[in-house]
Each structure stands twice: as structure tokens, then as C-alpha cells.
Design a protein around this ligand. Structure first.
Ligand SMILES: Cc1cc2nc3c(=O)[nH]c(=O)nc-3n(C[C@H](O)[C@H](O)[C@H](O)COP(=O)(O)O)c2cc1C
Length: 326
């Protein structure tokens, strides 16, 4: 245990920045409990997206992304954050306990990484293929420390089968009323600090040009753009050795690292998970990676189309997610 005391202002700022992490439908299923020497992260079981994510797997992935964002934010403030995952075997919603040690100096790359948190957003428009992919691919592979996580880049030839798996997922869910009701709820205009605003959804032909993503209610009726070229994004898959809560948390931490690395490289990203929510399509993704590991998240990576970058999505007020104890 390091047990160094950290100013509450530093912790508050780092938590606030970390909360810009991506989460399924922007559900932000997390809660922080902070003291001056340690911070605890909990899954908030009241914020699960149950029809899409009945086991809470993607909620834990979201919390993993938050956890990595928090470490990035603390590092930029000069603190090394040591993470103890699942410190209480009787409470698996207690995802991590984190304590701190001062760093000797803060390098510019660490500050850049923290700045990338505010630049990153989920971009659902069709992308152009990224340039100089080979060098980025090796950087992405080493952007996270966990050797158990596999990062696979799907070949262009995999695209038609993946698009087919995406259609299969939608078809299998066509009459799943609770799934569609839930999606409509999380994308309703009345959501203020949670959910996906209309401005963050690609519309009309832009959405239809992306064969590999979840279909949102807005995809079919609104039309903000003229005919779009088919998506040329690279598709990266993160897979884990098993399908436990620890696997999901590890995967979320790696997801954050990959997204921030892509953002630093000036590329747009979009996590895609509907394919992992249905056993049949998950099996196809696994087959395409050529690995026995369990696919958790796909990430579209590419060059964003010119024009307006989608505005940032809102977050819950800090007082709703962070409490300090003595
Ligand atoms: C576990 C997870 C699953 C996600 N699945 C999808 C998805 O299938 N399709 C999609 O367009 N976005 C997906 N997202 C992106 C979220 O909708 C997005 O992070 C959230 O709305 C917040 O917006 P932001 O990423 O722009 O900050 C996912 C994010 C996470 C962390």
C-alpha cells in the first residue's frame, strides 16, 4: 500500500475528467467513493442497460474504460495510481480500490494523453481508411499492459461477413420489444445528462453507409447529409481469455487505451458491441479473429469525414457519481 495523501481537489478533477469515458448508451454505470489516500470505484447496478446487456458485462467494460481514464488523468496531475481490482470478494460491484504515489515528473506525452480524453468521442459516421496503419497497429497492440487481452485487426475480406453478422443481429432482434424500447429510451431527446443525443447519431445515408454498427432509431428517418461513401474503417476486435467480470474490466481498460491512442493519432473511433450481445453473431466475430478468445468489443477506426465533429455528449453531475468519506 502506498498510502500517500492526495489533495481532494486533484482527485475531484481527475474523476471529473475520467467521467468523460465512453459507456454503453452513455449510461455511465459508475459510482466513486473517495478518501484522501484511496479512491474506490463501484458498478452502479441501478444503471444497467438490461435488455442489451443482461449480464452487466458491457457496464463493467464501461467502468474499465473509466478506470483507465482515471489513471491517465491522475498521471497528468503527477500521481501514479495503483489499482487493486475486486478488492472485496464478497462484493463484485466493488470494482477497484486505487491508491497513489507521487511521480517525479510529468512528461508531455502524459499530458497529451489526458487532453485526448476531451477530444475523443464516438463518431458514427462512415470513415475513410486510416493512413500508415501498420505503424499504428503496433502502437495499439502495446498501448495496454495486459497480455491476456487480444487485439485483432480484421482483414478487409472479413467486411462482408461482418456486415452479414450485423444484419443477422438486427434480424434476430426485430421483435425484441424490450431491446427497442430501451434503445428508444436512451436516445430520447428528453435525456439531459445521460443517453445519446440526436447530434451524436449519424443520420440517414451516413448511418446506412456504415454496415457494421448498431442501428439506432434515428438511422432510418432523419437526413442531415447527402449520399455517403461506404465505410472504410479498420475494424479492431478486443477479446479476452474468458467471459468473467475481471475479463470485462480488463477489456474496458484496454478499450480506453486503444481509443485514446487513436485519438492522439488524429483518428476517429466508434466502439461497436451489438455483435457481441447475441451468441450467433459473437461466434462469427470469434471465427473472424481466428482465436479461441472471447470477443468483447469491436472498434471502428478511421479518418473522419470533413465537416463538423459531433459535439461531446453530456455527463451526469459530479455530485451524483462522487462522494468523499473521511
Ligand atoms: C461497452 C460499450 C459499448 C458500446 N457500444 C456501442 C455500439 O454498439 N454502437 C455505438 O454506436 N456506440 C457504442 N458505444 C459508444 C457509446 O454509445 C458512447 O460511448 C456514449 O454514448 C458516450 O458518448 P462518447 O463516447 O461520444 O463520449 C459503446 C461504448 C461502450 C463503452
Amino acid at each position: 500500500m502506498t498510502q500517500a495523501t492526495v489533495d481532494t481537489g486533484v482527485i475531484t478533477k481527475a474523476v471529473e475528467l475520467a467521467c468523460h469515458a465512453p459507456s454503453l448508451h452513455n449510461s455511465q454505470p459508475w459510482r466513486w467513493s473517495a478518501g484522501s489516500t484511496a479512491v474506490d470505484l463501484f458498478l452502479d447496478p441501478h444503471r444497467l442497460v438490461t435488455a442489451a446487456d443482461s449480464s452487466g458485462r458491457e457496464a463493467v467494460i464501461s467502468c474499465g474504460a473509466l478506470l483507465d481514464h482515471f489513471q491517465v488523468a491522475m498521471a497528468a496531475a503527477g500521481w501514479n495510481a495503483a489499482v487493486d481490482q475486486f478488492p472485496n470478494p464478497n462484493d463484485l460491484d466493488h470494482l477497484a480500490s486505487i491508491d497513489f504515489a507521487p511521480m517525479d515528473y510529468v512528461t508531455q506525452p502524459r499530458r497529451d494523453r489526458a487532453e485526448a480524453i476531451l477530444l475523443r468521442r464516438t463518431d458514427r459516421r462512415p470513415f475513410r481508411a486510416p493512413n500508415e496503419w501498420a505503424s499504428l497497429e503496433s502502437v495499439l497492440g502495446s498501448s495496454f499492459e495486459n497480455d491476456g487481452i487480444e487485439l485483432a485487426v480484421l482483414a478487409d475480406e472479413a467486411r462482408p461477413r461482418l456486415a452479414e453478422a450485423s444484419r443477422l443481429t438486427e434480424a434476430l432482434r426485430r421483435y425484441d420489444d424490450s431491446y427497442h424500447h430501451e434503445l428508444a429510451w436512451w436516445t430520447a431527446p428528453s435525456r439531459e445528462s445521460e443517453g445519446i443525443p440526436e447530434s451524436a447519431l449519424a443520420s440517414g445515408s451516413a448511418a446506412r453507409a456504415v454496415a457494421v454498427n448498431r442501428r439506432f432509431p434515428a438511422d432510418w428517418h432523419s437526413e442531415r447529409s447527402s449520399a455517403s461513401r461506404p465505410d472504410q474503417a479498420r475494424i479492431v476486435v478486443l477479446s479476452t481469455p474468458g467471459d468473467t467480470r475481471a475479463d470485462a474490466l480488463d477489456c474496458g481498460r484496454a478499450l480506453s487505451a486503444v481509443l485514446l491512442e487513436c485519438t492522439l493519432a488524429g483518428l476517429a473511433t466508434c466502439p461497436v458491441t451489438h455483435l457481441t450481445e447475441i451468441a450467433a453473431s459473437r461466434a462469427i466475430v470469434g471465427d473472424l479473429t481466428g482465436s479461441p478468445a472471447v470477443p468483447q468489443v469491436l472498434i471502428r477506426v478511421g479518418v473522419a469525414p470533413s465537416g463538423e465533429v459531433p459535439p461531446p455528449t453530456p455527463r451526469r453531475p459530479l455530485r451524483d457519481v462522487l462522494e468523499f468519506h473521511r
